[in-house]
Design a protein around this ligand. Structure first.
Ligand code: PEP
Ligand code: MN
Length: 360
């Protein structure tokens, strides 16, 4: 037989084997998908290193050559990894908040304000509601600046039990009274499931704070109402944990969820937390929910708020949150990092000049 004919035959045989391998790999992938679904139901991790090691040992024991054991291991590890990726992808598809599950952006309505519709918003207000007069002064400044959504904490989760804990329901009542007078919408943190429903009488958006991002009973209660939720990223939460926290709310039926990056704990101490700007495009890519950035709590520094707000908007954020107080020096919480009213106007004009924040 001439040599070229022989080569052709061998190549033909290789192609046949490639196709057989392809079919076997596809069949294998389908089986791993089924296993993935079973694991999903049982809530067990997709990656099982012990099982993987066992399979590799079985394969090398049965290795007829000419491949070395190491080469066999390498090839099969690739196959295992591809199967695992498939299971992870499947899991993401099943998450209601996932972009894989819903292509269109979720738009959250706060009255007439639409968050996530392509026009970023600015949310501003004091760290804590301290008095009627204090909130009124801030509200007047917001109104003057054309800002329509005001924040203000009434239930304050403080590091020390001896620090100001907030005015509670009384604080929510102050927010409502002032907001009604100035035609503003309000956001305030709720820390206990029993207050979730009640909060709807006084505020327009319920904030779930960083410290409560994995307070699952609170998340469930937030999912059982039809009030927009602003969910903050936990102090040391991964993006994946953040996404799953949002899933808790959405899976109970409340689809009006906004995510807000507020900095995470790192070794860096030039800022209070490290603002994870990359979380913005990642969350926009991975989920269909609006994504905002809290420049105050992430940086803890007044002097870099404007550039950080611009960075957030340039990265695709649907909004920015900032704290403002008539007299930060005497504020009952976060006194070092709140802007006074004049600084707030300067901050706003700097951000507006960038063209990244259209007028609300
Ligand atoms: C807040 O926004 O008032 C607050 C306490 O922030 P965080 O939960 O992000 O610390
Ligand atoms: Mn604060």
């Amino acid at each position: 037989m001439d040599q070229s004919k022989n080569l052709e035959q061998l190549r033909g045989r290789l192609s046949e084997i490639n196709h057989n391998l392809l079919h076997l790999l596809s069949e294998r992938a389908q089986i791993t998908q089924e296993i993935g679904q079973i694991k999903e139901k049982q809530g067990v991790p997709k990656f099982d290193p012990v099982r993987e090691k066992e399979m590799l040992e079985e394969l090398t024991a049965a290795n007829p050559g000419p491949f070395q054991d190491d080469a066999i291991k390498l090839l099969f590890k690739q196959i295992f990894q591809a199967s695992l990726n498939l299971q992870v992808d499947e899991h993401k598809k099943q998450l209601l908040v996932s972009r894989k599950n819903q292509q269109e952006d979720t738009v959250v309505s706060i009255g007439n304000v639409k968050v996530g519709a392509g026009k970023p918003i600015m949310i501003a207000g004091p760290c804590s509601v301290e008095s009627y007069e204090q909130v009124r002064e801030v509200a007047a400044a917001l109104k003057e600046a054309g800002i329509t959504v005001m924040r203000g904490g009434a239930f304050k989760p403080r590091t020390s039990p001896y620090d100001f804990q907030g005015l509670g329901i009384e604080g929510l009542k102050i927010l409502k009274e002032v907001a009604d007078e100035f035609g503003l919408k309000t956001i305030s943190e709720i820390v206990h499931p029993s207050h979730i429903e009640l909060a709807g009488q006084y505020i327009d958006v319920i904030q779930i704070g960083a410290r409560n991002m994995q307070n699952f009973e609170l998340l469930k209660a937030a999912g059982d109402v039809q009030i927009p939720i602003l969910l903050k990223r936990g102090l040391a939460a991964t993006i994946d944990e953040f996404v799953h926290a949002a899933e808790y709310v959405v899976s109970r039926g409340n689809k009006q969820v906004m995510l807000i990056e507020r900095g995470i704990r790192t070794y860096e101490n030039a800022t209070r937390n490290t603002l994870d700007i990359s979380a913005v495009p990642i969350l926009k890519q991975e989920t269909h929910l609006p994504v905002l950035v809290d420049v105050t709590h992430s940086t803890g520094r007044k002097d870099i708020l404007a550039p950080c707000a611009k960075a957030a908007l340039a990265a695709g954020a649907d909004g920015v949150m900032v704290e403002v107080h008539p007299n930060p020096a005497v504020a009952l919480s976060d006194s070092a990092q709140q802007l006074n009213i004049e600084q707030f106007h300067q901050f706003l004009s700097s951000v507006r000049q960038s063209g990244l924040l259209k007028d609300q």
